[in-house]
Write a protein that binds this ligand. Structure first.
Ligand code: NG1
Ligand code: ZN
Length: 564
């Protein structure tokens, strides 16, 4: 390894002095202007990780649902998974090292991870449609090549497509062909096979409107259109020809504002969905005859999928171990429905797909979704082999169910949550079950809930436990939350520091109908605490306003007291 060459090249991607960025839940994310050195260094790190794992590593240039001026980067591990936690730390160290220290940090990582410098390295790169992505992905390539790594640049891809490519390349072809045609063919073949079995196939039922967040999802859906042209009519909105990426549209906007995106024509009872900017999240929604908007989020998607899979297993007569994985943001009604009605075990992990993904891998069949619409289903290799064998062997109804299960296994992107693949899964299930979007929505009624972002002086004053559902610090916070929520039926609230933004997130839900009937009551709690950073005043306020419970939380320096 020629450290001198690395140093020389790094000077073209010099780190602004003092700029410290952290590899968070979804890699590095910030304004694109601050990312050139990060990209170069992630190119270097990807080469080291590739040498260490003797596998292809992915580097995706995207900032998902963030505004267009931001960008970001994350590394993809050999099985298409998120980067291992120890390497996230290496990424932060390497990104934070001042220019002159960078080669030393690089060497230290190599020593710590016993990287063989002679080992060959291969890196695949993808990028989203942000104006900054082209230049930033060139900086990644610069980092890869200066360390002698080989690379393939896929250019524009959705994030889950790059995860898929990495998984294909490292599974020796078992998972599929690592090309965009391979991806389209695998998914469309599975979709067509699956929907062949559907008895109702009226056009009405088989058309869906998609808000593409003005992002990469539009390009990739257009590329796929002709593969399933007979099976599904996909109408694209916010396809990037006019609006700005993620601006007033996309899955994150729809989920957090609980309203339709701009630029989408919605007639009553039409099935609509939104992707996020890099097409790894999806939420569905519709307007009813009275014009009311109804959101169908990741929790209801997980419920639809797991109930479909469970029915198929019953039909085949196989009792496999299936589990559903959620986070603390899952609506309480969904958890209760899954556990009490469907009798499926539900597990809660920390926020962030890597936590859900790893938990889901513990089951024969693991379905995981974040409420924001990021998720997929995982099938163990043994289960996949068994189901595909049963699909050949079994006859009649059992054989039909086994064939459907075999197809749906291929339709899921098992490397990570994928809006395109999830949309096809959902459309296939709705067609097979003959369900309208309203019937799907009516499976259970969401508890009214609110999620807020609060800017705080230092979000690290809050630490959590029990899958982020309880605050450990600051002292007194959890007790205050407990005091408030115990006054309401089915109430739940928690606060946690975000892993992707410099904010604290507050979540609250309750059966507000009962609270409302009891009258308008406001409860608030204020207390003071001293931290290493100084004095903070914190207020938690839960109030009943109409049908919602609103919870707000704020820390401010002692110079003033504000309330959101
Ligand atoms: P943070 O910022 O840590 O809450 C957000 C989402 C996660 C996940 C990551 C990565 C919520 C409440 N949080 O994490 O679910 O998707 O971004 O994109 O939606
Ligand atoms: Zn995303």
């Amino acid at each position: 390894m020629d450290l001198e060459a690395v140093s020389k090249r790094s000077a073209f991607h010099a780190k602004p002095q003092g700029l410290i960025l952290q590899y968070g839940t979804a890699g590095f994310r910030t304004n694109a202007q601050h990312l050139d050195h990060i990209m170069f260094r992630m190119g270097l790190l990807a080469v080291l990780r590739s040498k260490q794992t003797k596998s292809t590593i992915g580097v995706m240039v995207t900032a998902s649902h963030n505004p267009e001026e931001d960008n970001g980067v994350k590394l993809i591990d050999p099985l298409g998974e998120m980067l291992a936690p120890t390497w996230e730390e290496h990424a932060t160290c390497l990104a934070s090292a001042e220019e002159q220290d960078m080669p030393r940090v690089l060497t230290a990582i190599m020593e710590k991870e016993a990287v063989d410098p002679q080992q060959a390295a291969f890196v695949v790169i993808g990028k989203d449609t942000r104006p900054s992505s082209e230049k930033l992905s060139q900086s990644v390539i610069d980092g890869v090549t200066v360390l002698g790594g080989q690379f393939h640049d896929y250019g524009l891809l959705t994030t889950p497509q790059l995860h898929y490519m990495v998984y294909c390349r490292n599974s020796g072809g078992r998972y599929g062909k690592a090309t965009i045609e391979g991806y389209c063919q695998k998914l469309s073949k599975a979709f067509v096979e699956l929907t062949k079995q559907a008895s109702c196939s009226g056009d009405e039922n088989r058309s869906v409107k998609v808000d593409c967040a003005n992002g990469i999802g539009a390009l990739k859906l257009k590329e796929m259109e002709h593969y399933f042209s007979q099976g599904l009519l996909v109408q694209l909105f916010n396809d990037g020809t006019e609006g700005r990426l993620n601006h007033l549209c996309g899955a994150d906007f729809v989920k957090s504002h609980q309203k339709p995106p701009q630029g989408m024509e919605m007639k009553s009872d039409e099935r609509c969905c939104s992707f996020d900017g890099d097409a790894d999240r999806i939420v569905y929604y519709y307007r009813d005859a009275d014009g009311h908007f109804h959101l169908i989020d990741g929790d209801k998607i997980a419920t639809l999928i797991s109930s479909f899979l469970k029915d198929l297993l019953l039909e085949i007569g196989e009792s496999l171990n299936m589990g559903v994985v959620q986070t603390a943001y899952a609506n309480g009604s969904s958890t209760r429905y899954l556990e009490e009605v469907m009798k499926v075990p539900v597990y809660c992990t920390k926020t962030g797909v890597k936590h859900l993904h790893h938990k889901a891998q513990e089951f024969d069949i693991g379905v995981y979704f974040e409420a924001n619409g990021h998720g997929t289903a995982l099938f163990s290799e043994a289960v996949e082999v068994k189901i595909k064998r049963l699909a050949q062997e079994l006859q009649d109804e059992k054989g039909k169910a086994a064939k459907m299960l075999a197809s749906i296994i291929d339709l899921f992107n098992q490397a990570t949550g994928d809006a395109i693949s999830d949309m096809l899964v959902i459309e296939a299930i709705l067609a097979l079950k003959g369900l309208t979007v309203q019937q799907w929505d009516a499976i259970y009624v969401d508890l009214p809930n609110r999620q807020l972002k609060v800017k705080v002086a230092d979000r690290r004053v809050i630490s959590t436990t029990n899958a982020e559902r309880q605050a450990l610090t600051p002292p007194g916070l959890q007790e205050a939350i407990n005091d408030l929520v115990k006054k309401y039926k089915l109430a739940r609230a928690f606060v946690r520091p975000s892993g992707t933004e410099d904010i604290v997130r507050v979540y609250a839900e309750a059966d507000s109908q009962v609270s409302w009937e009891q009258g308008r009551r406001n409860h608030s709690c204020v207390w003071n605490l001293t931290t290493a950073k100084g004095f903070f005043k914190i207020e938690i306020k839960i109030e009943c306003t109409g049908t919602y419970i609103v919870n707000s939380y704020q820390t401010v320096p002692c110079c003033g007291f504000l309330r959101v």
